[in-house]
Design a binder for this molecule. Sequence first.
Ligand code: AVI
Length: 320
Amino acid sequence: TSPKGLKLVESDASGVNPAFRADVLAGLSEAQKAIPARWFYDDAGSQLFEDITQLPEYYPTRAETEILRAQADEFARLIGPGRAVVEFGSGSSVKTPLLLSAIAPSAYVPLDIAGDFLRAAAAELAAKFPGLPVCPVEADFMRRVELPREVDGLPKLGFFPGSTIGNMVARTATDLLRSMRETLGVGALLLIGMDLIKDEDILVAAYDDVAGVTARFNLNLLARINRELGGDIPIDAFVHEARWNDTYARIEMHLVARKAVTFTVSAQSFAMAEGESIHTENSHKFTRRTANVLLAAGGWEPRARWTDGEGRFSLLLAEA
Ligand code: AVI
């Protein structure tokens, strides 16, 4: 499945997703060409992302899962039983059960824009937790979401693992945190994953693995553009690059042209010089302070924080 609500599934009568076309055409027309990362997640891209989470270099998934296993007693103590857990995204088959087993919630509400993944993940979860009301809601959680009647009056816990917040620039991340607060209400808690700043070599390797899976994930975007938007981008002319941007404390993924290229997408022509890139993803990394500042800007008061044994990744608990 795709991570946390990053998948959009819509198409017009001709089978083209108009939002995808608009983002690609606008992004390729900018001085620094850029395409939003949410378009990575077609079927092939979602599978490649699953493969990334298993790579030796890609530590975030393992580190966050380690925290969820190790801190179950602490979650139970600080969060307590009886909350409605509202997960932003369809949920993961490993992380979500760990949280639910730790805190004994009274309902589980996964929110996702992609209804097919949502229903499949909700059914799997319901089978694992007989007796727990599971109420999936198909919605874009970048805006306030109306929660189902079943959870009216229950205290809420928002869950947003994976450091997907890091794929957003600060302004978008702040807007999302504010929307989450509106969705969950005052007094709600939020358990959110944020990846940490560390040695640049470790970060770059996590986004440029030796097996080349992340390169395939990045290049798959060009294949998707060619297939879905009638493009003729010469994919072989591009190479994957992961760069550390120290100003914004983020890993950036780019697709760099190895030579001068011209191509068309949806009948529009584009030219790129040798060495010019298409910026395809940001993955921001945090410190304890920058994580807290971001939470506070979004209307959330930091309450607790956990890291894995090697201090690579953090899970934060905050209160609205
Ligand atoms: C989904 N997201 C948190 C991943 C990340 O680490 O930023 C996406 C990813 N891109 C390349 N590898 C993983």
